[in-house]
Design a protein around this ligand. Sequence first.
Ligand code: BGC
Length: 890
Amino acid sequence: MNAIPTSATLDHSTTVTGLRTQYPRDLIGVPATAVRLSWQVDSTTPGSVQVAYEIEASDAPSFTTTIATSGPTPSPAAIAVAAPASPTASRQSLYYRVRIATEAGWTGWSPVASVESGLTDPTDWSAVAIGVDSVVSGPSPLLRTDFVAREKPVKARLYASSLGINEIELNGAKVGADHLAPGWTSYNDRVVVTTFDVTDQVVAGANAIGATLADGWYRGRLGWEDKDSLYGSELALIAQLELTYGDGSVETIVTNTEWTASWGEVTSSGIYDGTDFDFSLAQPGWSSAGFDASHWSPVREIALEKRTLDPAISNGVREIATFPMQPLGQVLDAGQNIAGWVRLVVRGKKGDTVVVRHAEVLEPDGSLHTRSLRGARAQDHYILATDGEVTLESNYTFHGFRYADVTGAELVSATAVAISSAVSERGRFESSESVLNRLHANVQWSQRDNFVSVPTDCPQRDERMGWTGDAQAFAMTASTLFDTETFWESWLVDLELDQADDGGVAAVVPNILTEKSFLVRGEETDIMGRAGWADAATIVPWSLYESIGTTLPLERQLSSMRRWIGYLVARRGTDGLLPTEFQFGDWLDPDAPGSAPWEAKVSSDFVSNAFFVHSARILARAEELVGDATLAAGYDALAAEVATATWVRWGSHAITTQTGCALALEFTIAPDSERDAITQALADNVNAEDGRIATGFLGTPLVLHALSNAGKLDEAYRMLLRRELPSWLYQVDMGATTVWERWDALQADGSIHPGNMDNKDDAHMLSFNHYAYGAVIDWVYRVLGGLAPTSDAPGYVRTVVAPRPVTGIDWASTSVETSLGRLSLDWAIVSGEFQATLEVPFGVTAAVSLPVTGGSRVSVGGVESGAEFDLGHGTYSLVVTEPSIAVRTH
Ligand code: BGC
């Protein structure tokens, strides 16, 4: 590393353009834990690099006093760097700025980033949780109080959470933009607190605050077993409003037994069933000052353990898009399968009941297909209170749908409202292959629709649970497509909270299942510790590390990962392998019986041991990075031992299936000497089957990588670009706007898969919105797009730029908003030449590997070059004559 220039030496060609903490920009009220900072830099000096940074922390944005500094610190790091000071208690605001040194000198200070802690200690709550008697699926309680602000406060913070869903209003207006707050967590141990800046909403003089409570995940019906009240039977609100006046004095308004309660227009609500409104019961103005609440009833204190109150680290669920719905025969069509609800305008009469029903697809006769909703009613009902035109919009629920029908009044207009926790796009991809672009868009939508507070399997039926297998399969793609860092981190907290004493990780997080939940041929199954599901404990943190470049998830999850491997170690038999027991296995292998999706071609014993190896190796790497380096060798040795025994036992079987080959290669189960033979077996399989995908949830994310990493590009594209059933593009051709759960959800003749399952009489397992198979998009970014992060220098700090074109795709344009800035590659085949523009942000090294043949000539910015080289920040034009282009079959 170069010497650090003296403070007085300035680099005028370089600017720190952005600084952020690990939290979403608009999130306040975070925990009092270590803050990490990441920054972005612009420089006009080619080849310049960061040799040092200096971070200052202050208690004011003006930086009049510096309360801590890192001092000039020699380091190239610019992602998730420890701040020199972090909040240590509640209600602390800290401000940060950074400057960096290149070999030419120091930059000016960056823009300021800030952090504000919430209520981080149970004793900071003077509020108590309050509520009234109410019944499951019954009317929603309203809670309110009046208060006087002696003058307009200079700062007002509202800290709020609830058992059940809350929607808070202050002086007649909704507070914040979140829906379904406080989201779904392992409520017995963790209830998330949201902090709102309500300075603008509080007025001098009379004010009022109120909240509507609804069952949500806390008390409503949850899971397919017809159970409710899984976490508790009483809804409650806890809120603390702190007003700071100009003289520095603070006044606090809290939920207590002086609040009063009543009922409003929500007569019933449920996540699966939808919401019923009777507007004749509305109490206009109930959350405004001056409302006459003399007829309201007293509230009572509800038990809530304050130790469970946990400041938010991620944003809540927001409205993200709207789609005007068009009439299509007897129904309405949003044109896009979403999670959300319909906002509609109707013209009706007092007493009319308007019913909105939802469905993902239509029956051949044009009516809504509702069978796959199983036990979810998925309807909103509205009883009108007036004659004439009225706007209706649901809440306290969500539906997975593209189509809807409306009965009961004349429809004026309808808009589908999409909600999600996945808000900021990180990856973009477009190419000359429109069907592939649509697949990419479908995967983005399946992510949006299933990132509703937790990563769910699907948003429409009586399930919508955080299946860990789906999550690990999709984690890498998810982090490429959207900024999901804190979404995952929040969910991983619950994964650990729901981990059993023996280290077993649940099949769904938050966990609401028991052994009785999942019957196979009438037998109970153990849903803890299932291979490829429980491995989310290691795979999700690792994918975040690779994609974002932060070690934070590894640090936080280290003990969870160790306990997970401990669970596996304890189950090894005398042969050193895991025992035969029920596994979900390569779930939904297209060759498994439709009604028994766990009966994949590849042995579940091979799969479970292969995942054991993979997870042990991830833990070894995590130990080296953030844990006890001396343990790493032990985990590596364990992995090697299990891999050897696994291959001896199942190698000859594994090589007969796509998933078996993919696991053997990608998880390095097979010895090096056999890799070529396995690659050939996989390629032969793919060619013999004309690219037919033959993998389930566990093999699908790996199979194209297994091919292309071994140079079998023709075969990888043969699978990716196949149009016939089963394939990724078949569903696009069939009109899909999200990714299906089953490859054949819609049959070629347009009929709908029956979705039968043998583990429950009426279990129709058929969703048109499951992201697991969308994991292929990770391959599209890395290989066709040409942008691949590496785990040696994660967060794209070292990016492998190795685009591999295929005949018939003339151009592709790919970008990722990395922690260090925008990284993009646009390539096109023009007159037989490969021509590309590569944009590399400051701090990133592009390890370029161009698609060359023996006859190629390569140039970079017009200067002749080899095919493999490293580039620092800047924008480059790359040309390859006579490029190597994979051969397209489909
Ligand atoms: C879910 C899946 C999940 C599976 C495991 C299904 O019902 O929808 O996505 O991983 O069960 O058994």
